[in-house]
Design a protein around this ligand. Structure first.
Ligand SMILES: C[S@@+](CC[C@H](N)C(=O)[O-])C[C@H]1O[C@@H](n2cnc3c(N)ncnc32)[C@H](O)[C@@H]1O
Length: 393
């Protein structure tokens, strides 16, 4: 059994509740990559247990506190609690989709499990989660109220490089050759390409914001910029929007939007334009095109703190362009998925964009990811998505 000894600072940090321990706070590691290790303070006492990484700056991801070694019962109770929470949220409808297990924020380090209907997609991000993958997936299957048809491992996120791990995409049980159909409880339909799609196939974290962003869209002209599979726009069309323009620079996005619009019977109202949204929004504003509702949901502008300055400029500029496109009393729904841009910073960029626009802009709401992407107090990294609802007079 491996053993890791912390510095005094590492011990204090761990007692503070953050589940990650950085390599600088480790004095000695006698462990193999990914191993479950006992974690000791400098005097030799056991602080708790964690998964060790031999390569990452994050040397340890804590699983439990105190001397008792985590056993099957502990892991089963963590998984059981996560699945029970989705049940409480009404997210276990068999045809629906949700994040079942949120990785570090639910004390299962590095391992995310998403569900599309009865197909699971697993994403492993650290050495420890690679070793634990099959065991945890087994516990998830036990906790679910219905049988699982197939399980895909979509461990191809770039964070794996930091752990010295190669990308991996493989079916680990069964195989689904087609797109997977999802039906949300209110009838919204969409198909997901689990192997080729972004993330685990779809942006599940925006499910709730899409519903909120569609409220009151009846009769409106809507722009869904950075649309991916177009579900902000399609939801607006289903809520009665008259005309919806979905925009993304990726070629595959057009096919996804057209397909999902047809599934929901709103093809006549939903158009797609393949364009660089940063550039195209400026052109549309210059042509005096106006929308009653604009959604901007760009990719992360800051993947690390060093990119934060560029991100500040990017968010300010993008949101200014979006505000310029809004008709009087129009709604801007503006998202940021950069963890490195904190909530207050994002609001400050939006305030600068509002000032640049010369309009009175009101913050009607600020949300985060859907509740199946839980934010663990003590793990600020689990709060990455911000979504502001702004009304411009
Ligand atoms: C965060 S995702 C959007 C998710 C989407 N709104 C949803 O609800 O599922 C960002 C999208 O922006 C697209 N994208 C990235 N850079 C872009 C650009 N300059 N112009 C337009 N689209 C861009 C990507 O192809 C990706 O689909």
């Amino acid at each position: 059994m491996g053993k890791v000894t912390l510095t005094g600072k590492g011990r204090r940090w761990t007692l503070g509740g953050h589940p990650w321990v950085y390599a600088d706070d480790v004095v000695k590691a006698e462990a193999t990559p990914g191993e479950l290790v006992s974690v000791h303070d400098p005097a030799g006492g056991v602080v708790g247990w964690g998964l060790y990484s031999s390569q990452s700056r994050i040397a340890l991801r804590m699983v439990s506190r105190g001397p008792e070694q985590p056993n099957r019962e502990l892991w089963a109770s963590l998984v059981g609690a996560a699945v029970a929470e989705r049940k409480r949220l009404g997210l276990l409808e068999r045809k629906g989709a949700c994040r079942l297990l949120g990785g570090d924020s639910e004390r299962i380090p590095g391992l995310v499990v998403d569900r599309y209907g009865d197909v699971l997609v697993v994403q492993s991000g650290c050495q420890g989660s690679d070793l634990m993958r099959d065991f945890i997936v087994g516990l998830v299957r036990e906790a679910l109220p219905f049988p699982v048809r197939a399980v895909l491992d979509r461990s191809d996120a770039s964070v794996r490089k930091l752990e010295g791990l190669a990308p991996r995409v493989e079916w680990i049980d069964g195989k689904v050759d087609d797109l997977v159909r999802v039906e949300e409880p209110d009838g919204l339909l969409y198909d997901v390409d689990l192997v080729e799609g972004h993330k685990t196939g779809h942006y599940l974290d925006q499910s709730q914001n899409r519903r909120l962003a569609a409220e009151g869209a009846a009769g409106e002209r809507v722009l869904d910029a950075f649309c991916y599979d177009g579900l902000f726009g399609i939801r607006a069309a289903l809520a009665g929007a008259e005309d919806v323009l979905c925009m993304d620079q990726s070629a595959s996005s057009g096919a996804r939007v057209a397909h999902n619009a047809e599934l929901n019977g709103v093809s006549a109202k939903v158009r797609f334009e393949r364009a660089n949204a940063m550039k195209r929004l400026r052109e549309l504003a210059a042509e005096e095109t106006r929308f009653q509702r604009v959604v901007v949901d760009p990719p992360a502008f800051a993947r690390n703190r060093r990119e934060a300055d560029g991100a500040a400029r990017g968010y300010r500029e993008l949101n200014l362009r979006a505000l310029q496109l809004l008709a009087p009393a129009g709604l801007l729904v503006s998202a940021s998925c950069s963890y490195n841009v904190r909530r207050e910073e994002f609001l400050s960029f939006l305030a600068l964009a509002a000032r640049d626009s010369g309009r009175d802009v009101y913050l009607e709401g600020l949300t985060g990811a859907s509740p199946d992407h839980p934010v663990l107090m003590g793990l600020p990294e689990s709060e990455y998505l911000k979504c502001a609802f702004l009304r411009a007079r």
